[in-house]
Design a protein around this ligand. Structure first.
Ligand code: NDP
Length: 469
């Protein structure tokens, strides 16, 4: 049974619910669903620890971040196993991406925070400088697709900037956060600096509406982001939102076709399509459209399927497969549920799917699906490609495949997305701004921008009297 971690101790509280393995549907653990008392206790523990943590010199906080990174490395295999069991992703993915990236989150933000220079402005007869204070208690709410990676991506800069935190992972993926609580104990992090509560959406709602929470950082769906924004509006608390996407890939006929296909297969099907950066709309220049569709559909048939996170999410993805048909799509491959003849038939799999023939205004092409599926449409001019890619209410990511350098810059700069990749996908340095516009979120995290969000500046101006001549 997984228990909450509050003020450095294990706390039971709330009703219990099962955690399931998406590969087989079997129960793997039980976890508590935080009730109002648990949430209040966690926020109070964070509040109590806040002054001491904020008062530490930034170099000392950076030292704690490095100790947490060491602690994660010491429990590397346990974390890999927990992440794979919770999400259904291959062990290899957790081993090569999720857990190493989480270590890097702590190490990178330790460096950035410790080395960040203060700002000073010399005015005529005066000096202005800024000091940055932490927000205080930060609520960290994260989804199930990359649970540990996304949790640490927010935790590390929040702690580096001097905040204490209350984290709520998704109800579907509590196990790596439970291990992280153990790591906090193992490295003897001061009690109350990190608090972990488990639970479903209503527990998250209780957390963000708690009057003692000073800021909310959230990664998840646009709908939940909208609810959170309304919740914190009365108290005008800062929010950072990394929300959904309906990302476009634009493939020009002058591209290196092999690279474009390989990259597109990754960008559509990685993690079963359950990455906010995955491509769901593809626009391919007319001369290579038929060939591209045929090769992509063939490659989709040999993608190793990864389960959806839950039975409910599988039903949701399947409802979009049905929607595609009812809107008149041509299904190039997939569209159903695979059969394995083993325990995986109890899991939450869907077939990797490629469809075409729908307009950009169809519901299928407007709503985020978050599964291993894309729609492919042809275009004839560069301008048309840009207009089609931008014909979405989302603004998170886009990918361009071309061998023409001028075109690469021209198109990338016209795409309405927070992140544009050219001839690659998913490549990212933690110092670069990350996030999207329109329905995909507000604000950017990454590098010093994260530290900006998790702190607030005070500008101090001192008059410098000139001595009498
Ligand atoms: P949800 O919005 O359903 O949930 C995200 C988190 O919020 C979960 O911990 C959830 O708890 C919690 N939550 C639900 N309701 C509330 C509420 N009213 N108040 C506070 N917290 C609440 O998203 P998913 O977990 O389904 O994740 C998939 C979504 O995340 C996709 O839309 C995807 O695009 C987006 N995403 C965006 C990324 C980005 O960087 N832009 C990166 C990764 C994912 P519970 O799970 O228990 O319901």
């Amino acid at each position: 049974m997984l228990t909450h971690f509050i003020g450095g101790t294990r706390v039971a509280g709330g009703s219990a619910f099962p955690v399931r393995d998406p590969v087989t549907g079997a129960e793997i653990d039980q976890v508590y669903d935080a009730d109002p008392e648990v949430v209040d206790r966690a926020v109070r523990a964070a509040r109590e620890a806040a002054p001491g943590w904020a008062a530490l010199p930034v170099g000392e906080r950076a030292g704690w971040l490095r100790r947490l990174a060491d602690g994660i490395e010491a429990r590397f295999d346990d974390l890999v196993a927990a992440e794979a069991a919770d999400t259904g992703k291959p062990l290899e993915a957790a081993r090569t991406l999720d857990i190493p990236r989480s270590v890097l989150n702590f190490r990178t933000f330790a460096e950035i925070a410790a080395q960040r220079p203060d700002e000073a402005f010399h005015l005529p007869g005066a000096l202005s400088y800024t000091v940055r204070r932490p927000l205080g208690v930060v609520a960290v709410i994260v989804p199930w697709n990359l649970p540990f990676l996304l949790m640490t991506w927010k935790l590390a800069p929040a702690l580096a900037a001097g905040n204490t935190v209350v984290v709520k992972p998704s109800e579907y993926t509590p196990c790596s956060a439970a291990l992280f609580a153990e790591i906090c104990e193992e490295v003897e992090l001061p009690p109350g600096v990190v608090n972990v509560i488990f639970g479903s959406g209503p527990a998250g709602q209780l957390l963000v509406e708690h009057p003692s929470v000073d800021g909310v950082t959230f990664t998840g769906s646009t709908r939940t982001g909208q609810t959170i924004m309304r919740t914190v509006a009365d108290r005008v608390r800062p929010v950072s939102f990394e929300l959904g996407g309906k990302n476009a890939g634009v493939v020009f006929a002058d591209c290196d076709l092999g690279r474009a296909i390989d990259g597109t297969v990754r960008s559509v099907f990685t993690n079963g399509g359950q990455v906010c950066l995955c491509t769901e709309r593809l626009y391919v220049e007319q001369p290579i459209f038929e060939e591209f569709c045929a090769v992509l559909a063939g490659r989709a048939q040999i993608v190793e399927p990864q389960p959806m996170i839950s039975a409910e999410h599988r039903e949701r993805v399947l409802s979009y497969y049905a929607l595609a048909r009812s809107e008149g799509a041509k299904v190039l491959t997939g569209g159903g549920v695979p059969s394995f003849g083993d325990a995986r038939d109890g899991g939450y799999f869907v077939e990797p799917t490629v469809v075409s023939g729908l307009s950009e205004w169809s519901r299928f092409n407007r709503e985020e699906i978050f599964g291993p599926v894309c729609h492919v449409a042809p275009f004839t001019t560069e301008s048309q490609a840009v207009d089609l890619a931008n014909s979405t209410e989302y603004g998170l990511a886009a990918t361009v495949w071309t061998s023409d350098l001028d075109r690469a810059h021209r198109v990338a700069q016209r795409l309405e997305a927070g992140l544009v990749w050219v001839n690659t996908w998913y490549l990212r340095d933690l110092r670069t701004p990350f996030g999207g516009g329109k329905l995909s979120g507000t604000g950017r995290e990454g590098g010093t921008r994260s530290l900006d969000f998790y702190s607030q500046p005070t500008t101090i101006t001192i008059k410098l009297e000139q001595p009498d001549a």
